[in-house]
Design a protein around this ligand. Structure first.
Ligand SMILES: Cc1ncc(COP(=O)(O)O)c(C=O)c1O
Length: 451
């Protein structure tokens, strides 16, 4: 079994997986088991060929998630074969990355692009999910979990009176926009932020999108009151919605958000907050709850289900009711694994103040990296963002590229060009994060002096 190769497991002596792996299906002698799984260890096939090149051969770009492509993780340029690009198991805040023939445990500061805020393979979430899967995760009628999770979300999220589920953030924001267009019987959208890969939400630099898909969408810069007012004026009586990702590297000015709220109300448009990154992280209800500014509709996902596939559109009942008058539907929208994971995360938030702990742990993480930066004395590196979601900014892309590569082989995965996200599980790993950052910075300083 591949599990036998793990060197150690942070904060957990057991190296056994919580649930059986495909590997368990093959018998010791490689004969097929009764259940008909293929013979032998599928991981052994081509084990001397790097995962990055195997991936590049069969997956365009090397990964189905843009931010996990090798060049997104490690920057442009050839990758040294000692840099692991894939993991085989995750637990707590650890990834067990594939390093040649063995595995190396590293602290993951990215937490799967912020989709996990408790920890990987959390025992409560996992047991609830396994139970949901074993009870039959889909059926020809809605499962009762669809109702009970919607009820609980309405209790947790201040602006939520009704809920629709989908599977990804991009789908959920697109659904929120369609609900707003249906509710107002108007077309034009003013937006600020990242909303996923769908046509309407993609920037002008993205290929393969017909010009018409973006004609009713005006993008404005984050926290720019004048630009927001101009765009709303430009949309005139066709304005359906103002869609805002409320936190981008920092909190917005209260003035910008208050103006967005007022402009939406004055113009009979829908204010939508995209709380994919901020929901169940800054507060359960995200930035809306933190600021006290209530959107008409909001979108949640990521930390809401600790890495399981689900997203929710929530909002005022009269606006959400428009979902009945258009068509928003997906075969697996009410699939129960994501719903069960959400129940388990809500249990966590009911039991303790998860968001407060994320702030404390995140401050410790960024403090650890900050200490390493100050101690090494390299210029052009600074820490930014909020404690729960923070970034390392580099003046020189080459230094950033070297940092993420050296840090990984020294025990920590940091996010290049985007957020590192705190999880409860990082509490035990602050020393390891500082050690990896220090080792990476010392290596860079030595390389620079050796030039
Ligand atoms: C603010 C925001 N909205 C939407 C999305 C898209 O979510 P998904 O990647 O699940 O489609 C993301 C993803 O990072 C996001 O950060």
């Amino acid at each position: 079994m591949i599990w036998d190769k793990f060197r150690r497991s942070r904060g957990d002596e057991s190296t056994e997986p919580a649930v059986p792996s495909v590997d368990d299906a093959a018998s010791e002698d490689g004969e097929p088991d009764d259940d008909g799984f293929p013979e032998g260890d599928p991981e052994a096939v081509g084990e001397h060929e790097p995962w990055a090149s195997r991936a590049a051969a069969v997956i365009p770009g090397g990964s189905s998630t843009g931010s996990k492509r090798p060049e997104a993780l490690f920057g442009e340029g050839p990758l040294d074969e000692t840099i692991p690009t894939h993991y085989s198991r995750a637990r707590g805040c650890s990834l067990f990355v594939v390093d040649g023939d063995s595995e190396l445990e590293v602290v993951d500061c990215t937490m799967a692009l912020g989709s996990v805020a408790i920890g990987y393979a959390d025992s409560h979430v996992t047991s609830v999910v396994v139970q949901a899967a074993s009870l039959g995760n889909v059926g020809g009628m809605p499962n009762v979990l669809e109702v009970s999770v919607a009820e609980r979300l309405c209790d947790f999220i201040p602006c939520a009176e009704q809920v629709r589920f989908l599977k990804s953030g991009a789908e959920a924001v697109s659904a929120a926009v369609r609900i707003a267009r249906t509710y107002t019987a108007r077309d034009r959208i003013v937006c600020a932020g990242y909303f996923g890969w769908h046509d309407w939400a993609s920037g002008d630099d993205v290929a393969g999108i017909p010009a018409g898909a973006r004609t009713d969408v005006a993008r404005v810069p984050f926290d720019d009151v004048q630009a927001l007012e101009d765009a709303v004026r430009g949309a005139g009586s066709s304005l359906a919605a103002i869609v805002i990702e409320p936190v981008v590297e920092r909190l917005p000015s209260p003035e910008w958000i208050a103006r967005a709220r007022a402009l939406a109300t004055e113009n009979g448009a829908v204010l939508i907050f995209d709380e994919m990154k901020t929901g169940f992280r800054l507060k359960p209800g995200g930035y809306g709850e933190l600021s006290g500014v209530e959107p008409d509709v909001a979108v949640f996902g990521k930390a809401m289900a600790n890495g399981f596939s689900i997203a929710a559109v929530v909002g005022r009942a009269d606006v959400m009711d428009a979902a009945r008058r258009t068509w928003i539907s997906s075969t697996l929208a009410g699939e129960t694994v994501g719903l069960a994971a959400t129940h388990a995360v809500l249990d966590w938030h009911e039991k303790e103040d998860v968001c407060a702990t994320l702030a404390t742990v995140g401050a410790a993480m960024r403090g650890a990296v900050d200490r390493a930066v100050v101690a090494c004395g390299l210029p052009g590196i600074k820490l930014s963002g909020l404690d729960q979601m923070w970034r390392i900014e580099f003046d020189e892309p080459n230094v950033e590229r070297a940092f993420v590569r050296h840090a990984l082989v020294n025990g920590a995965l940091f996010k290049r060009g985007a957020y590192n996200f705190a999880a409860l599980a990082h509490e035990e790993a602050i020393g390891d994060i500082e050690a990896a950052a220090s080792a990476a910075l010392v290596a860079i300083r030595e390389e620079q002096h050796g030039r």
